[in-house]
Design a protein around this ligand. Sequence first.
Ligand code: FAD
Length: 292
Amino acid sequence: SADFSKLAPLCKPRVSFEFFPPKTPAAAEALENTASRLAAYGPGFMSVTYGAGGSTRDRSIRTAERLGQRTGVPVAGHLTCVGASRQDVDDVARAYWNAGVRHIVALRGDAPDMEAGFVPHPEGYRSAAELVRGLRDVAPFEIAVAAYPEVHPEALSAQADLDNLRRKLDAGATRAITQFFFTPEAFLRFRDRAVAAGITAEIVPGILPIGNVAQARKFAEMCGAHIPDWLLRQVTDLEDQPEVCSQVTTALAAMMCRELQRHGVESFHLYTLNRAEPGIALCRLLGLDTVG
Ligand code: FAD
């Protein structure tokens, strides 16, 4: 007979949830509701993204402060350095600190014109590694950085990208969170290469349950993540049934996470796109229950 015990959760993972800063008061209220529902699953932290060039500066700081107060969960503020002087970036970090934020996801950010490529601000940090070093003089933040299982599109080579990750960790970051990817192998191969290169910091897989296929294809193309054809075939004709699409992609994401758990992965960072349901379903499928 079939052995359904294989379907039982393996072990309780640690999770974190990423949000983007809402644009309107109604969206802000909806996000607080979403964050509260997800907070019930005991995340290690929640993070709020930051528009490259500072476009979301005040909203990111306010959202981080508000979510922290509302949920009691530690909040990480993302911070980018493209298009800003060191002074301006340091001021944002100080504002995060004054808003109770003790954890920064330190990023370079993308140039406004991707074709033209990244040009550092004349008085700015030239890379995420420089930002990490600079942040240490602002306040004793916990610092996370980005990692790319399928290699950052601007990297000279996979090895150069790994060297860059090591520089960011050597500069003071203690955790790497990956760009999203859609096969367990993409992450596991990257982790093997990182370990072989002597990287010991935790590398947390970034998980994106696809909500909108066209948008996910565009994001994936921009950041060099490969979406396998078999996965696309399962959802491409579901454009007019977003709920079904989300159920399918959340189940696929859970299967991938469970495969990663089988290979010793204990933490997952979820790109929520400000939606509660996929995150809740994923927590449940991975064996997490509401706490307290
Ligand atoms: P870096 O680590 O500085 O690397 C950028 C590129 O330069 C890489 O190709 C690297 O290999 C290369 N490089 C760096 N230094 C050197 C060197 N000395 N020699 C040779 N090559 C070098 N973007 C936002 O705008 N807002 C966000 O909130 C945001 N959040 C993110 C969260 C996560 C978890 C991830 C994975 C990405 C996020 N991004 C965000 C996207 C990120 O800003 C882009 O991917 C950006 O293109 C690179 O940022 P980075 O911090 O990885 O840059």
